[in-house]
Design a protein around this ligand. Structure first.
Ligand code: ATP
Length: 332
């Protein structure tokens, strides 16, 4: 795997709010993470933890009510927050690409696959025939059978799994430095999911791009990713290399998520395990640690003071007052 010291993406102290009729909703608070060149990073967290908000901020595709209140998002040295949506249009589909859960987000139903794959190469000064040939080659790489006859078909003429592979082919056409994959396998059955993950890994190795893989599936993170970033209620609570973090999670939230049998996590957990309690109100946050209301270990310090980011042997970042505490004893 290609890696260099300079990260491809570096989110630094990012805070993002939504203006709502009930007040300011603090969806992201002081989130910092990095993605190295050629690295695959899994971003996990339960619904409402802020994964989509972070992704939209990176892609500068934020809804009108969203506001970045502090921080930077450096991509190859350029601050995407300062660049804004207009500047981002230059990068999207070129240096940064996206694959969504629903491939039809990327595919136009009324145009043939050939037309769409030629159109996305508009930056290349080449003949249509050369662009068509490049599209054919890319579709072969994602294992679309019988490409030369199928390329002139419409999206609805392909199965769901094939449509997702076509969307992946389109996203990787420009050989981006970063692919943002938003639950790309969630809608697929388990067999197709494994095939798609294997394909992504293969293409990632060939192209050398980094991947930010957003998922609820801890097994996919264990299989595919180099690093894991765990979000809770708008904060990054733990971050580190997959092997060490799975072996010795340091944040109580991660420990609860990983409480079930590790083999089960890898093979069968397609949804994040449910843990007791609910997310706090992001318009009216608790005073101390955001996880304290659900944390079996919380004490008065946790309830009164926000924890700083610490590092531990297994994790680079643990936002907890007690990163060295013995692992929680979880009752079966
Ligand atoms: N356009 C919006 N206006 C107001 N609040 C929003 C908006 N979008 C998201 N939120 C709020 O921001 C918080 C984070 O939501 P976000 O969608 O980023 O979480 P998520 O982890 O991606 O969840 P999911 O897995 O369900 O997509 C939630 O409390 C959500 O209600």
């Amino acid at each position: 795997m290609m890696k260099s010291a300079e990260p491809v993406l570096s989110v630094e102290g990012l805070s993002l709010s939504y203006d709502t009729p009930h007040g300011e909703l603090l969806a992201l608070r002081d989130v910092s993470l990095t993605i190295g060149r050629g690295e695959i990073v899994g971003l996990v967290g339960e619904s409402g933890s802020g994964k989509s908000s972070l992704m939209q901020a990176i892609l500068q595709l934020m809804p009108g009510a969203a506001r970045v209140t502090s921080g930077r998002i450096l991509f190859e040295g350029q601050d995407l927050v300062a660049l804004g949506p207009d500047g981002m249009a230059e990068l999207l589909g070129d240096r940064i690409s996206v694959v969504f859960q629903d491939p039809m987000t990327a595919l136009n139903p009324v145009l043939t696959i050939a037309r769409q794959m030629i159109d996305i190469q508009h930056r290349r000064k080449e003949s249509r025939a050369a662009k068509r040939q490049r599209a054919i080659e890319m579709l072969r790489r994602v294992r679309i059978p019988d490409v030369e006859s199928k390329i002139d078909r419409y999206p609805h003429e392909f199965s769901g799994g094939m449509r997702q592979r076509i969307a992946i082919a389109m996203a990787l056409m420009a050989e981006p430095a970063l692919l943002v994959a938003d639950e790309p396998t969630t809608a697929l059955d388990a067999t197709l999911e494994i095939a798609t993950i294997n394909l992504l890994r293969e293409l990632q190795q060939e192209i050398g791009c980094a991947i930010l893989f957003i998922t609820h599936h801890l097994g996919v993170v264990a299989e595919l990713c180099d690093r894991i970033d765990i979000m809770y209620a708008g904060e990054l609570v733990e971050s580190g290399p997959v092997g060490p973090v799975f072996a010795d999670p340091r944040h109580p939230y991660t420990q609860l998520l990983f409480a079930c049998d590790p083999a089960q996590i890898v093979e069968t957990t397609r949804h994040l395990p449910a843990i007791g309690g609910g997310l706090p109100d992001l318009i009216d946050l608790p005073e101390g640690c955001v996880f304290a209301p659900r944390c079996p270990r919380a004490d008065d310090v946790c309830r009164m003071q926000r924890p700083a980011d610490h590092s531990a042997a297994s994790s680079d970042l643990v936002r907890c007052h007690y990163p060295q505490a013995p692992r929680l004893e979880i009752l079966p």
